[in-house]
Design a protein around this ligand. Structure first.
Ligand SMILES: Cc1ncc(COP(=O)(O)O)c(C=O)c1O
Length: 443
């Protein structure tokens, strides 16, 4: 398997050129990786006008994913903005304001795209957590039937942060029936392509999706893919690079591009690696359930614990795991998310099992999470983002319009949406999730 980007950089290092070009480290070792860190020198191609080694590498990735695949060195966040821009280009409903039907658990990058591209959102709300949103294909069908003007896309986050997976196959047939594009935030699911029976959104009928390669594949942080289905309008493919350039840095990291390039080799045999590893994680999950742990989600590589049934909040349980030298991906009052890949190996599984075995069950009365609701918006997300803002303590925010919920990453999903007026129940919600300050629209 060719690795054109890695090969080019290796050759360049061997030549030992005087680097009178960016970056300023000149290949000298500070972190130790600088010699690999080049820029768009002669022969190195250019990510957004790819015609050489990057194009070749992306073609290899396209072959692997069975899609038109484009690299991002700025994560899925960049791909999300690009996908929404692309979908807007195909918007046929030119009369009303363009809008998207979206699951309420959308990542912050979706909200920033909303603000930048100035479209409206019709939210579908989840029941159990602000991080989850089951999209019922029948209800979606009803929504689309009832819509006077069609949305320019349906936007679904699957898998979500907790490991829940939507029925993309049914959702995509509903979208196709109504001639509406389906965009999937598959940031957590790059590996789904490599299950024995692919569960990748593109294989299940999505028009576009993003995968954060760095989240579940052995790729450096920031490495991601934008995939466009081979069945989609070719205009999306022709405009994909322009869309990425519109939001991305003109200096994408070649370290990340090499990492994506190298991953292509690994991905050739990844189905086998997953096949070998998945029984271990299945056994781990079964074992934990047997010991009385409640788990959430069905995503094969994610282990989401609901530790309240064991007497711990998510934060307390994460601390218990830290005592065993295990660091989780994410915790909140209700959940602890642990992410596995074959790279963790059998030893990692053993260590996890041992740690869980040593955590003692407790009796504790713990608070239940507040209900998540969608309220009437007072102003659009864009108006809220572009308004004069001030920071205030959550307890002083009642009656004010939320401009930024100030939720960090992870999980970067808002518990209350900007553009909505904060009420008492929102304050309870902020407090429950440990958010003490918010940004509100200055009056
Ligand atoms: C559901 C979801 N979508 C998108 C993103 C953004 O991905 P990236 O970090 O690759 O930009 C994240 C990041 O955590 C995420 O959890």
């Amino acid at each position: 398997m060719d690795t054109p980007i890695c090969d080019f950089v290796e050759n360049y290092i061997e030549q030992d050129c005087l680097r009178l070009h960016m970056p300023g480290h000149k290949g000298e070792s500070f972190l130790g990786i600088e010699k690999f860190d080049i820029t768009e020198i002669s022969g190195a191609d250019s990510l957004y006008q790819a015609s050489g080694i990057i194009k070749k590498s992306e073609e290899i990735a396209s072959e692997i994913f069975g899609a038109h695949t484009f690299y991002s060195a700025s994560g899925s966040s960049l791909c999300i903005r690009a996908m929404l821009y692309l979908a807007m280009l195909l918007n046929k409903n030119k009369s009303g304001k363009p809008y998207v039907i979206a699951g309420r658990n959308a990542h912050k990058a979706f909200l920033s795209a909303t603000a930048l591209l100035d479209f409206d959102i019709e939210w579908i709300c989840g029941k159990d957590s602000y991080l989850s949103c089951e999209i019922c294909p029948r209800k979606l069908d009803e929504m689309l039937l009832a819509a006077k003007d069609k949305p320019f896309a349906v936007y679904v986050t699957s898998p979500d942060y907790l490991g829940n997976i939507c029925d993309i196959k049914s959702i995509s047939s509903v979208c196709r029936k109504h001639n509406v594009l389906l965009i999937v935030d598959n940031a957590h699911g790059a590996y789904l392509k490599f299950l024995k029976k692919s569960m990748h959104p593109i294989d299940l009928g999505a028009d576009m999706c993003c995968d954060s390669a760095h989240k579940t594949l052995p790729v450096l942080t920031g490495g991601a893919y934008l995939h466009i289905s081979e069945n989609s309008d070719m205009y999306l493919v022709r405009k994909a690079k322009d869309a990425m350039l519109l939001f991305g840095s003109t200096s994408p990291s070649y370290l990340i591009l090499q990492s994506l390039d190298k991953a292509n080799v690994y991905l050739q045999s990844y189905t086998k690696r997953l096949e070998d590893f998945l029984p271990d994680i299945k056994t781990l999950k079964a074992n934990l359930i047997g010991r009385g742990f409640e788990l959430a989600g069905t995503e094969p590589l994610k282990l989401t614990v609901m530790p309240k049934s064991y007497g711990y909040t998510g934060h307390e349980f994460a601390d218990e795991l830290r005592k065993h030298n295990i660091e989780c991906e994410f915790c909140d009052p209700d959940y602890v998310v642990l992410m596995f890949t074959p790279e963790i190996g059998a030893e990692g599984i053993k260590k996890t099992l041992k740690a869980f075995g040593e955590i003692k069950k407790k009796d504790a009365v713990l608070k239940t999470p507040p209900e998540i609701k969608v309220k009437e918006k007072v102003m659009s997300v864009r108006q809220a983002y572009f308004s004069l803002q001030e920071e205030c303590d959550v307890k002083n925010s009642i009656g004010k319009i939320l401009a930024d919920s100030m939720i960090g990453c992870p999980p970067a999903v808002s518990v209350v949406l900007c553009g909505e007026r904060v009420d008492e129940s929102d304050v309870k919600c902020f407090e429950y999730y440990g958010i003490n300050k918010v940004k509100v629209v200055k009056e």
